[in-house]
Design a protein around this ligand. Structure first.
Ligand code: C5P
Length: 227
């Protein structure tokens, strides 16, 4: 059976990664969370003093890009690949609200994007990949056989992200999470380099009123039609 490339883009917390993981598992494809890569670069910047309250040393971060090694290792118990920054598992650290608050400014830097896009294209060079992000169908894999663009209301998305953070024990407020989702949407869709936009040939999936099962069945059918 021929393998295809599936690109899933959309606003923050639209459930892209949930559906991407389900699809990859069901099709026997590799799943790549491109947002985790931007988050890992952001964590590196925070850990190395390039981001401090009120100050972001972009040039300092750019000068260190060659020292940032991002990799994914499959965790059998979890059923998906976790992200490693310079050989350290940072899967949990990169999901904090603090990283979320800085990641969109980091993702506006063209040098960062160039480096990560190259690595993402390499992950998908043999097809059989499901990748989610903001520019996958427009920049990373413009020739992907299936492109999905996920949307849902900001309130619904913030509630999902808030529940996730509370479940893992983070002390956050719903209002702060909503503000973060709205700010990231704005920065991601108005930046100069690779703004978040729906590819012309993408299929829009509004999951505001779909449950996980319905959403999965819908996108699985779309995928099977392309294979
Ligand atoms: O997908 P996730 O919400 O984890 O992504 C975190 C951030 O990384 C996004 O808000 C966006 O700023 C950036 N990003 C990006 N391009 C991608 C994936 C993520 O700019 N392909």
């Amino acid at each position: 059976m021929q393998k295809i490339t599936i690109a899933i883009d959309g606003f923050s917390s639209t459930g892209k990664s949930t559906v991407a993981k389900q699809l990859a598992k069901s099709l026997g494809y590799v799943y790549v969370d491109s947002g985790a890569m931007y988050r890992a670069v952001t964590l590196f910047a925070m850990q190395n003093g390039f981001i401090e309250t009120g100050c972001f040393d972009k040039d300092g971060l750019i000068s260190q890009l060659d020292h940032i090694k991002i990799s994914f290792k499959f965790n059998k118990d979890l059923g998906f690949a976790e992200v490693y920054l310079n050989e350290k598992n940072v899967e949990k650290d990169i999901r904090s609200l603090e990283v979320s608050n800085f990641v969109s400014p980091v993702a506006t830097i063209s040098e960062v994007r160039e480096q990560l896009v190259k690595q993402q294209q390499n992950f998908g060079k043999d097809k059989g990949v499901v990748m989610d992000g903001r520019d996958i169908g427009t920049v990373v894999f413009p020739d992907a056989e299936l492109k999905l663009f996920m949307t849902a209301s900001a309130e619904k998305r913030a509630k999902r992200r808030y529940d996730e953070l509370i479940e893992r024990g983070d002390d956050v407020s719903y209002d702060d999470v909503l503000k973060n989702v709205q700010t990231r949407d704005h920065i991601d869709s108005t930046r100069e380099d690779s703004p978040l936009t729906m590819a012309e040939d993408a299929i829009k999936v509004d999951n505001s009123s779909m449950n996980l099962k319905e959403q999965f069945e819908f996108v699985l059918k779309l995928s099977e039609d392309k294979i």
